[in-house]
Unconditional design. Structure first.
Length: 215
């Protein structure tokens, strides 16, 4: 759906969610998106004016998997220098116990993003109250954010104005058909569009370890 001139969009990018979706659909082993170019491409296809890009991710602590810690820190610094609003939090580790068989007990540490979706939701709602955008463009497929769409519609009624919330996501490659966040407009991103928005910079540390598909 095209927009009228003057519709202001703010892009909210869930960095890990987008990375893993791109890896599943297009096979890229490392995060290689230029989020500003990608947001501009999506907005241009809808006739929206991109006002701001906000990027959210969890990152490793320095002592945990140095490759990914170095990679994400370098990428985030580069984004910030180019005008992206960056929000990063350390990954949380929690112990998980599984019982695969009678009498068998195994424990391991599971990585868990903590508070990223909450921070995105709070920013979407806060900026809507302040009338800082007309379109909230999410690069995420996190269904927890579907509750935000209901709140945005309530804010639109209170302010007697039009507000759209949309979710953009990669689609293609192998595997099942992907979908966007419920209660939002779905905007699939094809391989050609994505490849035109790849970041050519190399953020790998000078002495990288095999990333092994991590995050």
């Amino acid at each position: 759906m095209a927009g009228r001139p003057g519709w202001r969009a703010v892009a909210f990018v869930d960095g890990q969610n987008l990375y893993h979706a791109v890896r599943r659909c297009f096979g890229y082993p490392l995060p290689n998106y230029d989020v500003t170019r990608l947001a501009r491409a999506v907005c241009a296809s809808r006739g929206w004016g991109l006002r701001e890009v906000r990027f959210y991710t969890s990152i490793r602590r320095p002592g945990d998997e140095p490759f990914w810690c170095g990679f994400w820190n370098a990428m985030l610094h580069s984004m910030a220098r180019r005008g992206v609003r960056v929000f990063a939090r350390p990954l949380v580790y929690r112990r998980v116990t599984v019982r695969p068989g009678l009498g068998d007990v195994h424990g391991f540490l599971a990585r868990q993003e903590k508070g990223i979706d909450v921070r995105i939701a709070l920013d979407i709602v806060r900026m809507a109250h302040r009338q800082e955008y007309d379109v909230a463009l999410l690069f995420s497929q996190d269904q927890d954010l579907s509750e935000v769409a209901k709140e945005i519609r309530a804010i639109a009624r209170e302010q007697c104005r039009w507000i759209k919330i949309a979710s953009a996501y990669p689609e293609g490659g192998t595997g099942r058909r992907r979908c966007g966040i419920e209660r939002t407009d779905w905007i699939p991103i094809d391989r050609e569009t994505y490849d035109a928005c790849i970041d050519p910079r190399d953020y790998r540390p000078k002495s990288p370890r095999d990333p092994g598909g991590g995050s």
